[in-house]
Design a protein around this ligand. Structure first.
Ligand SMILES: [Cu+2]
Length: 248
């Protein structure tokens, strides 16, 4: 039902989704039974005159309300935890934790534009603002098993950066800088979408997340001397670049 989860922490989001769906299904079924039971039991042919009060036996139905409140609290707790884990914690704190654990990370900047994603890489030195920075259109290449920190900004209107396979979606807001963090643990090519209607060509804001093995990633970085926006298109598993060309 959900696309394959290829991130280490995506299960936190899945947990919220599954809990919501199962909760809704179970509560929904119980509610329908109660409604149809009441419709049948108090049908007009057997009860020609309206009752002045709810029959005492039926007052127990209120218990369902308490069950619902408890379920809501559980759902609130689980979803708040996932929200906190991914978005609320300051990115510097997550970075520190990651380093303390001895894990590696990469940083990229993503700028949402009508109608493509500009991805800025810090290049081999890992530092932005140096000579080896480069930009790519619609292509986010990251190494497997690394933590990926994404700084999101918008060049024009509202967009929403969505990578279903790592369970990450966040609004890209003009005039605001937001941060995303995920850790891909499976090599492959995955879709990036814009999840906010941002104009006539919104549907064309399709990019790719390409997860490479560490050594392949380093090799790729060596062969990426791009200084201008290059667009990318994929033929099967082959990545092709078009320098300053038309986006396909
Ligand atoms: Cu968009």
């Amino acid at each position: 039902m959900l696309p394959e989860d290829i991130s280490q922490y995506g299960y936190l989001v899945d947990r919220v989704i599954k809990l919501s769906i199962w909760g809704i299904v179970i509560v929904g079924i119980i509610s329908f039974f109660i409604v149809f039971y009441i419709l049948y039991k108090f049908r007009r042919t057997k009860n020609p005159f309206p009752l002045s009060d709810v029959p005492s036996g039926l007052k127990k139905v209120v218990v369902i309300d308490y069950v619902m409140i408890i379920f809501d609290l559980i759902l609130l707790f689980v979803s708040t935890w996932a929200w906190f884990f991914f978005f609320v914690r300051p990115v510097e704190k997550i970075k520190k934790e990651v380093q303390e654990k001895g894990e590696k990370f990469v940083e990229v900047r993503v700028i949402g534009r009508q109608f493509f994603w500009a991805v800025e890489y810090p290049g081999k030195d890992g530092v932005f603002g140096t000579y080896d920075d480069f930009k790519l259109g619609n292509l986010l290449v990251v190494p497997e098993g690394y933590n990926v920190f994404v700084k999101l900004t918008s060049g024009d209107v509202l967009h929403s950066f969505f990578i279903p396979n790592v369970r990450i979606k966040y609004d890209v807001i003009p005039g605001r800088e937001t941060h995303l963090w995920f850790k891909p643990v499976k090599v492959g090519k995955y879709e990036i979408a814009c999840a906010e209607l941002c104009g006539a060509m919104h549907y064309r804001m399709k990019g790719y997340l390409v997860v490479l093995k560490e050594q392949d990633y380093l090799k790729w970085l060596d062969s990426a001397p791009f200084s201008e926006i290059s667009f990318v298109y994929l033929e099967g598993d082959k990545i092709n670049f078009v320098r300053g060309g038309e986006m396909r």
